[in-house]
Design a protein around this ligand. Structure first.
Ligand code: NAP
Length: 300
């Protein structure tokens, strides 16, 4: 079985994926884009992670494009992506669990003022803050898919009142008005790009916490910075940015009301993700139903 492996990997990352696939799908030969071009008629599926533009073209027997990432916004923006080949994204319970841990950490730290205490330590300030109960801190999770549902359940287990928002047409403004903490776990689509903007922040109760674990382009940065400056948003936890790595001069780096992570909320674990991808590749080759298919028209 010949498969294309195309991606822009960090040093050492490709070797890790190759080892994980050798264990999960030992019958497969993973070809580089150049190797795949040399035997284009034999390549049956593509495993991709930010593939080089054009690398999926000219493969007439391709039955599946399997993304190693959960978010497919960059992939869908590639005009050379073959339109007729089924596209699946990564859905891995191990990644959902990691995301839920990050979301829970952010909620606990925002609720109990742990980010403020970290700042106070830097300033040598001994200053206990008023303590609220978890059931007094409503949390809103934007997106109720794989990640959003898992995070919401984990946070609710700790006693927080949790609401969720999905694409069922329910109005966002009344949910925002009740939320002390919002967690963004939406996919980046034409509808959700720039959703976290001045109007969104104004609809929150004053001093709310904003946690963005999805994509940088969900946030209008200047409008978040203005909301932080006015105190409308009390603190932001940001894992994802318009440009990654976040450029050195960006105001988020030194901002006292911003806690940032280097796109580390939920990394894909090659050990479990290769098993998920292998099952889908085997299904594609056997003509069986595929899991985790992307609906290209809706963008996720
Ligand atoms: P998913 O299973 O596809 O869930 C998406 C959810 O968003 C669904 O509940 C969907 O509503 C909702 N949604 C989509 N468009 C909407 C809209 N216009 N209005 C309201 N709700 C909308 O996705 P997932 O696996 O949970 O992943 C979510 C995102 O997390 C990914 O796209 C990726 O960008 C991000 N991510 C980040 C990291 C990281 O390390 N920071 C890691 C992995 C993923 P319906 O239920 O009605 O369809």
């Amino acid at each position: 079985m010949k498969l294309l492996l195309s991606g822009s990997f960090d040093p050492g990352e490709e070797a890790e994926w190759r080892a994980a696939f050798a264990a999960a799908l030992p019958e497969a030969e993973l070809l580089s884009p150049a190797e795949a071009r040399a035997c284009a008629n034999e390549v049956q599926a593509a495993i991709v992670a930010n593939p080089a533009p054009g690398s999926l073209q000219g493969l007439p027997r391709l039955k599946l494009i399997q993304s190693l990432w959960a978010g497919v916004d960059r992939l869908l923006a590639d005009p050379t992506l073959p339109a007729e080949v089924p596209l699946a994204r990564m859905v891995d319970p191990a990644m959902n669990a990691a995301m839920a841990e990050t979301a829970l950490w952010a909620v606990l730290a925002l609720h109990r003022g742990f980010f403020t205490y970290a700042r106070q330590q830097q300033a040598g300030l001994w200053q206990p803050l008023p303590q609220r109960r978890a059931d007094e801190v409503p949390v809103l999770v934007l997106g109720q898919g794989q990640m959003g549902r898992t995070a919401a359940a984990r946070i609710a287990q700790q006693g927080y009142p949790v609401a969720g928002w999905r694409r069922d047409g329910s109005a966002l403004a009344p949910l925002l008005a009740r939320a002390q903490i919002i967690i963004n776990l939406l996919p980046l689509t034409a509808d959700t790009r720039g959703l976290l903007n001045a109007g969104f922040f104004a609809a929150l109760p004053r001093g709310a916490g904003v946690v963005n674990l999805a994509r940088g382009a969900h946030v209008v940065d200047e409008e978040l910075l203005a909301a932080l400056a006015s105190g409308q948003v009390g603190h932001a936890v940001l894992d994802v940015f318009h440009t990654e790595p976040l450029p050195a001069p960006h105001p988020y780096w030194q901002h006292p009301q911003v806690t940032l992570l280097p796109h580390a909320a939920a990394a894909t674990d090659p050990r479990s993700a290769a098993q998920v991808a292998a099952a889908n590749v085997r299904a594609a080759l056997a003509g069986q139903p595929l899991a985790n298919l992307v609906e290209r028209k809706r963008g996720y």
